[in-house]
Design a protein around this ligand. Structure first.
Ligand code: AMP
Length: 210
């Protein structure tokens, strides 16, 4: 099954993608993780993307579409995938269609902005594998160390409050229109994401299987 996880920054797309990937044995393709990796490695795409990311803006479509296109062509995505954080603009959704990628379901994880702002300060991410954590709601077993790969777990630069506000604004302006885009194609399912992680996982899996 090919799926898109849609939602505001901090809605829990990455966290739920990890759960669903384990359950269905398909990869989560996170453009945010790919871009952070590109920045870390100083690749041309990473150098071009960094300033946009630090400001909380979207990286230009052509850069992200190029990265996603290469990733989706890999063998492990042949039996299905979850797109986490892509598409984020109507132009990106159209690019997916033009690539001939079939999307079966779009799961929107809906969380009010107020809850997002409160959540983001405790969010942490693994520098190695990109797994997501939260100091209160999903702590690592050993403080500061990723359970999955043992690398350091850090706060993202773009998770500071001013940048979170900019990212939310960008989400409402550029990404939220995708809800109507996929609704009109009969693909959108909305899951309430403001409760506990396990409850959201239950709703997400039910939405996928239903
Ligand atoms: P995320 O980890 O999904 O929150 O993404 C972190 C940052 O990477 C975003 O704030 C954007 O600057 C950039 N980014 C990730 N995915 C996309 C995308 N599909 N289109 C444009 N920018 C993106």
């Amino acid at each position: 099954m090919n799926m898109i996880f849609l939602g505001a920054p901090g809605a829990g797309k990455g966290t739920q993608a990890e759960v669903v990937c384990r359950e269905l044995n398909i990869p989560a393709l996170s453009t945010g993780n790919m871009l952070r990796e590109a920045v870390k490695n100083g690749t041309p795409a990473g150098l071009a993307a960094k300033d946009y990311m630090d400001r909380g803006d979207l990286v230009p479509d052509e850069i992200v579409i190029g990265i996603l296109k290469d990733r989706i062509a890999k063998d492990d995505a042949k039996n299905g995938f979850i797109l986490d954080g892509f598409p984020r603009t109507v132009a990106q959704a159209e690019a997916l269609e033009n690539m001939g990628v079939r999307i079966d379901k779009v799961i929107e994880i809906d969380v009010p902005d107020e809850a997002i702002t409160a959540r983001m300060s405790g969010r942490r991410v693994c520098e190695g594998c990109g797994n997501s954590y939260h100091i209160k709601f999903k702590p690592t077993k050993v403080e500061g160390i990723c359970d999955a790969c043992g690398a350091k777990v850090v706060q993202r630069i773009d998770d500071k409050p001013e940048t979170v506000q900019a990212r939310l604004k960008t989400y409402h302006e550029k990404t939220a229109p995708l809800k109507d885009y996929y609704k009109s194609r009969g693909k959108l399912v909305t899951v309430q994401g403001q409760n506990e992680i396990e409850e959201t996982s239950r709703l997400t899996l039910a939405a996928i299987k239903g």
